[in-house]
Design a protein around this ligand. Structure first.
Ligand SMILES: NC(=O)c1ccc[n+]([C@@H]2O[C@H](COP(=O)([O-])OP(=O)(O)OC[C@H]3O[C@@H](n4cnc5c(N)ncnc54)[C@H](OP(=O)(O)O)[C@@H]3O)[C@@H](O)[C@H]2O)c1
Length: 290
């Protein structure tokens, strides 16, 4: 079986590559990681992984990368281009006879009106309408994203949802569920998997981090309205950033269904408990500056 992981140089795709590596080394699967640059390809090679050139913005790269592939992990970035990127990937996958698509989406109610959640659901409907076998992953807040900010300033957590309790999942758990679906499509075909293992307020997250690191960690709530200008300053793609800021504002007002929901998907699919904030921080605290 040949598996292609897109976004293999990113957070979730990178975790999926690491998890699938032993299967590839044992010769049970053939594993390819998509890279859009030589830099990305050499990073994968440096980890003993096999890159394949794939750039959603260069459609000619897509069919060669998908040739002979059975299962694809479809991961797109934080941009409205996710729509056209997904369409191009799926058209090429269909043309190359790919059977199973595992799509990384986002957790929301089925009738969500909020932009990037709705876009992900439109990609899901496209996958189904095109006749692929499919597994849809719908994660809520990524622990890794918050952790990456914390790593820069390990005395504080800044967020924009006030005192709301929201639910979290980490890349390793998303990758573990994704890897199962990629390897055993028949067991996971036609399933939509919500992914969120623990719900906490950001003050509670800060308390866990303080406990694990043995240092004071403060939660600094900021108004939801501050998020968009901050993301703009950081160079984020503006259409997706506006959608993210809207989602955060709605969550802060307590009007986002499922924003604090927790599910046992990770345990059901992988047979082990999902990783919460405490276990994540214990495993990663060595990354923090002394
Ligand atoms: N963060 C959250 O809390 C959260 C919650 C729910 C859902 N999500 C969803 O998670 C997804 C993002 O996952 P992530 O955090 O793993 O993303 P990420 O770390 O930003 O990685 C994105 C990956 O996509 C690749 N990529 C970007 N543009 C590309 C192009 N034109 N051609 C080929 N590859 C390209 C990147 O390659 P390079 O390394 O070359 O840039 C990278 O490997 C989004 O769909 C988002 O909606 C996020």
């Amino acid at each position: 079986m040949r598996i292609l992981v897109t976004g293999a140089t990113g957070t979730v795709g990178g975790a999926a590559m690491e998890l699938l590596r032993p299967e590839a080394e044992a010769g049970r699967i053939e594993l390819l990681g998509a890279a859009r640059s030589e830099d990305g390809a050499s990073k994968l090679r440096g980890k003993g992984l096999t890159p394949v050139a794939l750039d959603y913005d260069s459609p000619a790269t897509l069919r060669p990368a998908l040739r002979g592939v059975d299962s694809v992990f479809l991961i797109t970035g934080y941009s409205v281009d996710m729509l056209v990127h997904s369409k191009r990937l799926l058209d090429a996958a269909k043309a190359e006879g790919v059977r199973h698509i595992v799509h990384l989406g986002a957790l929301a109610a089925d009738d969500t009106p909020f932009a990037h959640f709705a876009w992900h659901q439109m990609v899901e409907r496209t996958i189904e309408a095109m006749g692929f076998s499919w597994t849809h992953l719908r994660p809520n807040f990524f622990i890794d994203t918050v952790w990456n900010g914390f790593r820069q300033r390990p005395d504080r957590i800044v967020h924009f949802v006030g005192d709301r309790r929201v639910s979290f999942v980490c890349a390793k758990d998303m990758a573990a569920v994704g890897a199962e679906a990629l390897k055993r499509p028949d067991a996971h075909a036609g399933r939509t998997y919500p992914l969120a293992v623990e719900a906490l307020t950001f003050a509670e997250v800060a308390a866990v981090l303080s406990d694990v690191t043995g240092r004071p960690v403060e939660y600094r709530p900021r108004p939801a309205a501050d998020l968009f200008p901050i993301m703009q300053k950081q160079g984020a793609e503006p259409v997706y950033a506006a959608s993210l800021a809207e989602g955060v504002a709605v969550t802060e007002r307590g009007e986002m269904p499922l924003s604090g929901a927790v599910f046992d998907t990770v345990e059901k699919v992988t047979g082990r408990k999902g990783i919460g904030w405490r276990d994540f921080a214990e495993a990663r605290k060595g990354e923090l500056p002394a």
